[in-house]
Design a protein around this ligand. Sequence first.
Ligand code: 2HG
Ligand code: ZN
Length: 479
Amino acid sequence: MGTVTAAVRTRVVARLRDALGPQGVLEAPGDVEKYLTDFRGLYHGSALLVACPRDTTQVSQVLSACHEDAIGVVPHGGNTSYCGGATPRESGTEVVLSLHRLNRIRSVDAANHSMVAEAGCVLADVQSAALAANRFFPLSLGSEGSCQIGGNLSTNAGGLAAVRYGVARDLVLGLEVVLADGEVLHGLSSLRKDNTGYDLRDLFIGAEGTLGIITAASLKLFPVPRTVETAWLAVPGMQAAVDVLARLREATGDCVTSFEYLPRIAVEFTARHVPGVVDPFGDPWPACVLCEVSTARHDPQLRALLESALGECMAAGEVLDATIAESIAQREALWKLRESVPEAQRHEGASIKHDVSVPVASLPAFLERAAAAVARVAPRARLVAYGHVGDGNLHFNLSEPEGGQERAAFVALQSVINDAVHDCVREFGGSISAEHGIGRLKRDLLPRYKDPVALATMRAIKRTLDPKGILNPGKVLPD
Ligand code: 2HG
Ligand code: ZN
């Protein structure tokens, strides 16, 4: 792939215009532009056109037209990917397939604790539709007001409540998927148990559109949490945080829903750059934890349980200070602080990010080892390692040295720093992509870090499901 003759281009464009109608095809540079750059501004591509189908049948028509002429198709959701997974390459020969018009909630089945949502539904709308039926959809991310459920599933997003409810993959009962040649795989099962052979559903989750286009999903719902307590803790460091997590899981009967770690520098960045954010303690503690415990019961005991467990943590020196939100406004302020870290870090200049995971118990040793490895190559880089400690998932991010004068030298070290961090991840049996996917950014790292047999199996699956290599070319696996 790569070159497309003028005749093929004309034929495909005509077929897509015909199938999707005037509203379904964007070609004017001003309309297409926003689909060509990724969220982080790392990639700027070009496209034949942007196809905006309104239903599964139209997605199937797009795929069958592109398949016939071996045209690459790049699925595009809310464009919040951190790895360039939804951006076309520079050749201008690919079709961007935006799912935003597939935004219907097809059904909510409260009795079965399930719902069916189309791929282009914004995550916050999925959550609201569940709540309207007195049910709860627990996937929750900073970008939930703009990311789409199809993208969340295609990247197997993790987010802020995975410690309790699991990652996106764990929340799916079934999928509807359009395959490379336009065939539709009708898998919108709402069954909890179905052992009739291979699990096809899981193939498409986390595949970033390289094996098929998810057009709708049958999702698991839960009872609505009725008692929620949100605490902000000052801790001496990562080891204490991991110890507190274990203690709170046990003391609350496993009611910990979120457990987010922020080193002091992350709190300082948010207080400095994000209007309305204040450090709840004002003391320069080494690190903080945002911890939420919840239950579907009305449970006046939960707060007392939390307080007494925190008392034990304080006695053990694992917690240095603690405050529990007294109102919804206070809870929202704590969450705003946590969710503003990526934005605050953007204000501090260039950053080099690593979305990694290791076993939870290995986090303290990993953090120490990886920080030392980075300090050897970039001693003045500022480490902002924060995130979903409850899942063993750290955003091991670096900001350029203070002052801005060393930006170019810092950015030039990107791959040396990446190798230093990822090699440590490997030593601890971890993953170089915990929740953001592979996309284009990490594609060429896979051969170094993925088990060769696993990688060969992935390639074999790709060849089987997409023999012409038209699905999100150049993402996840090299062409
Ligand atoms: C978060 O947890 C997101 O806030 C973004 O996954 C992480 O900016 C990042 O590296
Ligand atoms: Zn995250």
